[in-house]
Design a protein around this ligand. Structure first.
Ligand code: MRU
Length: 356
């Protein structure tokens, strides 16, 4: 399996995604500040991978804390969580990952006689459990979504929602992998995904690693390929899904969804439950990360725009729920009206036994 990130005794080890596909190198983050930097600079990226990385960052901070009593540890926990939370604003998984470890530490601290060492052990165990759960969720999404993809045909994806964006297997690419494992003959069209080129560099790299036939398209080629009948389905991941089903994902996803609707092509979103944000009513309230202008002005280290050109670089856009054919989660395949199907699934997530 592609080793996106990994807990080790020395710290958290990350495959450096900024160097792919030309170099396969690793970065070791030995403290929580280094994990924050790895997330901010996109050495690791993709919502589920960011979520687990942040959880591991908090666990690493707790583990390496010089605190000698629980009160001191609490004070540090606050700083650790704030540092990690300030890295990237859009993927809700980041905050989910941080909160899960913060909540555990707080809960354990309430127990009488609990030691710092016990809390440290439990925090690390929880972060490692989240890693395993993420892979399991991806496999379940694959199993649930595979039959939605055509038996034969072209599937377009945008950005990278694969093993590299998760702890392994992937969300959208996990569904593609599962369909291929079940005998579907698919050809993947990977949008290059300007300006960071997640599609050209990462999706193409990991699908070819698994021998899944892939064609890279420049971002402005999807419409003509759809019109030519080469694409039978679109599947993407998500960074945050609001309670009404609006989907924030990599910039350009919205345009692909509109094109898919125009051409009568189903548009699927695959995302684990940690990407659903029931506290955010609609996509309008989702914070959109604005990244450095240099990602747009430069290509391969070389300036490509006039020095005085104005630049905007929103890293994500919001696809209104009306364009989404189905949302594939590990809890099931959800359909419109999403306000209702997401609410029911949220109740199931909170009280699995009660819903049956
Ligand atoms: O800026 P990135 O590379 O972190 O953005 C990633 C995406 O937009 C992915 O499509 C999304 O996180 C889903 S990953 C399973």
């Amino acid at each position: 399996m592609i080793p996106t990130l990994e807990w080790t005794d020395a710290g958290v080890r990350f495959l450096d995604q900024t160097k792919l596909p030309l170099e396969e190198t690793y970065v070791l983050a030995e403290d929580y500040r280094a994990v924050a930097e790895v997330i901010r600079t996109m050495i690791v990226r993709g919502a589920p991978a960011i979520g687990v990385s942040a959880a591991m960052g908090v666990a690493l901070g707790v583990l390496r804390s010089p605190a000698t009593d629980v009160e001191q540890l609490h004070h540090e926990l606050h700083i650790i969580c704030e540092t990690l939370a300030a890295t990237r604003p859009t993927a809700v998984n980041l905050f989910w990952g941080i909160e899960r470890i913060r909540h555990l530490v707080r809960k354990l601290s309430c127990g009488s006689g609990v030691t710092v060492a016990q809390i440290q052990r439990e925090a690390v165990a929880e972060a490692r459990r989240m890693y395993d759960e993420d892979i399991a969720a991806c496999r379940t999404m694959g199993a649930m979504g595979a039959s939605l993809l055509p038996q034969f045909g072209g599937v377009l994806t945008h950005c990278n929602a694969g093993a590299l964006a998760t702890c392994g297997y992937g969300t959208a690419l996990g569904v593609i992998r599962a369909a291929v494992e079940r005998g579907h003959t698919l050809h993947v069209y990977a949008d290059e995904t300007r300006p960071f080129l997640q599609g050209a560099r990462l999706t193409a790299w990991e699908l070819l690693h698994d021998n899944i036939p892939t064609t890279v398209l420049c971002d402005n080629m999807a419409a003509s390929q759809m019109r030519a009948g080469k694409i039978q389905a679109v599947i993407v991941g998500a960074d945050r899904i609001a309670a009404n089903g609006d989907v924030a994902n990599k910039i350009g996803t919205y345009g692909v969804a509109v094109l898919a609707k125009e051409h009568g092509i189903p548009f699927y979103v695959a995302a684990p439950w940690s990407t659903i944000d029931m506290a955010t009513a609609t996509g309008e309230q989702i914070p959109i990360e604005e990244r450095a202008a240099k990602e747009v002005t430069h290509f391969n280290g070389k300036q490509i725009t006039p020095s005085n050109a104005e630049i905007c670089n929103p890293a994500f856009d919001v696809t209104p729920a009306k364009y989404v054919t189905a949302i594939i989660t590990e809890l099931g395949v959800l359909r419109a009206p999403y306000a209702e199907s997401l609410r029911t699934a949220a109740e199931q997530a909170m009280h699995p036994a009660a819903v049956g």
